[in-house]
Design a protein around this ligand. Structure first.
Ligand code: FAD
Length: 424
C-alpha cells in the first residue's frame, strides 16, 4: 500500500460511516477539501431497524446501505473499507488495518458505541447483543435454528430451546422483546403447528424498578400492558448474573431455562477511545465543547454515540440517538466546511424531535420535549416520520415505506430463512 499522496487542499478524515459520519460527509460534499471516510464495513447500518432484521420483517438491504452509494456524486470524497486501529492526536495521523497511516488536517471521530456486558459472567461468549447487522443476523439464525431443532426433537422444548431472555428494559430490549413475541405468536404458530406455543416463553429482565425509565408514567404503564398483551413476561428489579448456552442465572438465585439471551442492556463508547489519552466522560464517551471539538485539539471533532454532547438548552448530556448522531455529524461537517472557506462558525444546537420506541404493530410511544406523550397508532406514525428522515437517501425512504406498508398489511416476515454461504 502506497504512502499518502500530498494534496494542496486540506484533508478531512472521517472515522465511521454511521449516522454521524454520513452526516458529516454530506455537509462536506461541496467543500474545497479532500474527504476520506473509513469504516470497517462497506455499509451504513440503520440501527433502529435491527430488531426488524432479527425477526425476519426486513432483509439485510433494508438495514444496511452501501457507503459508496451514499457518497456517489461527492467529487471530493473517497471511502475505504478498513478498520481504524489507532489515532495519533499529536501527529494528526490515523492508523489503519490494511493501509498506510494517513495524516489529516481535520478529524471527525464518529466510531459510535459498542456493547457493554458490564463483566457479566459468560455474556461475551453466549449472549446475543443487538448493535450491529451481523448481531441481528446471528440472532435471527439462532432463533430459527432452535425452532427447527425443537420441531425435530420436542424434548428440547423442556430444556428451554424456544425460550428467549431479553436483558434491558430500554428501547433496544423492549423493541426486541415485542417483535420477537409477534414473530412467535404470529408466523411461528403457523410455521410449526406441532409445537405448543404456550411452551415458548419470552422474558424481559430489567435491573431497575420499571421498564422505560426514561419515559413518563403513562408511557411506562402503556408499555407494560402492550408487552403483556404480546405475552412478554416482564421481570423488574432483577439482574442477570451469569449466561450459559442454555441457562440464565439471575442475581436473586433463580435459574431460567433459555437457549437464547439477547443483550440490550448497555453501551459504551468505542474502545478505541481508550488509547487516545483523553479524559473520558461517563459511558466511555469523549466530552466536547459547544462546537463539538475536543479541548486542546481544535481540529478534532467527536460526534454521535462516541461523544458526550451537552445540550445548550437543557444543559444535559444528549442521549445516544440517531437524530443526535445525524445532527452532530452534520454540524461538524458544516463547521469544517465553513472553517475551510474562512467563514464564521456557530455552536451546535440540537433540535429535539422526541424520544420514541415501537413495542409492536400499532403500539409505539413518543415523548416530546416538555413531556407531552403519544401512544399507539399516532405514535407509530410519528416514529415513521422521524425515522424516515434519518434514512440516508430518498430511494431508501421509498423502499422503507413499501416495506413497512407491506409488512403492516400482510404481517409477513419473508426474511425468516437461513442462507449459509458455505453450504449448497
Ligand atoms: C438496536 C438499536 C435500536 C436503536 N433504535 C433507535 C431509534 O429507534 N431511534 C434513534 O434515534 N436511535 C436509535 N438507536 C441509536 C442510534 O442507532 C445510534 O445513536 C446511532 O446509530 C449512532 O450513530 P453513530 O454514527 O454515532 O454510530 P454508529 O451508527 O454506531 O456508527 C459507527 C460506525 O463506525 C464503524 N466503526 C466502528 N469501529 C470502527 C473501527 N475501529 N474502524 C472502522 N470503522 C469502525 C462502524 O462500522 C459504524 O459504521 C438505536 C440503537 C440500537 C443499537
Amino acid at each position: 500500500m502506497g504512502r499518502e499522496t500530498s494534496t494542496a487542499r486540506p484533508r478531512v478524515v472521517i472515522l465511521g460511516g454511521g449516522f454521524a459520519g454520513i452526516g458529516a460527509a454530506q455537509k462536506l460534499k461541496k467543500a474545497d477539501a479532500e474527504v476520506v471516510l473509513f469504516d470497517h464495513h462497506d455499509y451504513h447500518t440503520f440501527q433502529p431497524l435491527l430488531y426488524q432484521l432479527a425477526t425476519g420483517l426486513l432483509e439485510t438491504t433494508g438495514v444496511g446501505h452501501s457507503l459508496r452509494d451514499l457518497v456517489h456524486g461527492h467529487d471530493n470524497t473517497t471511502v475505504h473499507k478498513t478498520a481504524v486501529t489507532a489515532v495519533d492526536l499529536e501527529a494528526k495521523s490515523v492508523q489503519l488495518e490494511e493501509m498506510a497511516p494517513l495524516s489529516y488536517d481535520y478529524l471527525v471521530l464518529a466510531l459510535g458505541a459498542q456493547v457493554n456486558f458490564f463483566g457479566t459472567d459468560g455474556a461475551a461468549e453466549h449472549a446475543f447483543p443487538m448493535y450491529t447487522l451481523p448481531d441481528a443476523l446471528r440472532l435471527k439464525e439462532h432463533v430459527l435454528d432452535r425452532w427447527e431443532a425443537a420441531d425435530k426433537d420436542p424434548t428440547l422444548i423442556d430444556d428451554g430451546a424456544l425460550n428467549v431472555v431479553v436483558v434491558g428494559g430500554g428501547p433496544t430490549g423492549v423493541e426486541t422483546a415485542g417483535a420477537m413475541a409477534e414473530l412467535y405468536r404470529g408466523e411461528f404458530t403457523r410455521d410449526y403447528p406441532n409445537v405448543a406455543q404456550e411452551s415458548a416463553h419470552i422474558v424481559l429482565v430489567e435491573a431497575g424498578p420499571e421498564v422505560f425509565a426514561m419515559f413518563e408514567p403513562d408511557i411506562r404503564e402503556y408499555t407494560v400492558k402492550a408487552l403483556a398483551k404480546r405475552t412478554v413476561e416482564v421481570k423488574t428489579g432483577e439482574i442477570v448474573s451469569a449466561v450459559r448456552p442454555t441457562r440464565v442465572t439471575l442475581k436473586s438465585g433463580d435459574e431460567l431455562k433459555a437457549h437464547t439471551l439477547v443483550w440490550g442492556a448497555g453501551l459504551q463508547g468505542n474502545r478505541l477511545v481508550d488509547s487516545l489519552g483523553l479524559k473520558l466522560e461517563r459511558g466511555n464517551r469523549i466530552g466536547v465543547g459547544p462546537e463539538l471539538t475536543v479541548t486542546g485539539y481544535p481540529e478534532l471533532y467527536a460526534v454521535g454515540d462516541i461523544a458526550a454532547i451537552t445540550d445548550a438548552k437543557t444543559e444535559q448530556v444528549l442521549p445516544q440517538l440517531g437524530s443526535v448522531a445525524l445532527q452532530s455529524g452534520e454540524h461538524a461537517g458544516e463547521t469544517i466546511a465553513r472553517r475551510i472557506a474562512g467563514k464564521d462558525v456557530k455552536p451546535f444546537k440540537y433540535k429535539d424531535k422526541g424520544t420514541m420506541a415501537t413495542i409492536g404493530r400499532g403500539a409505539a410511544v413518543v415523548q416530546m420535549l416538555g413531556g407531552r406523550t403519544m401512544k399507539g397508532k399516532a405514535a407509530q406514525a410519528a416514529w415513521g416520520t422521524v425515522h424516515l428522515a434519518l434514512l440516508p437517501t430518498n430511494e431508501d425512504r421509498a423502499k422503507a415505506i413499501v416495506n413497512w406498508a407491506g409488512a403492516g398489511l400482510t404481517h409477513q416476515r419473508a426474511g425468516r430463512i437461513t442462507v449459509s454461504a458455505d453450504r449448497d
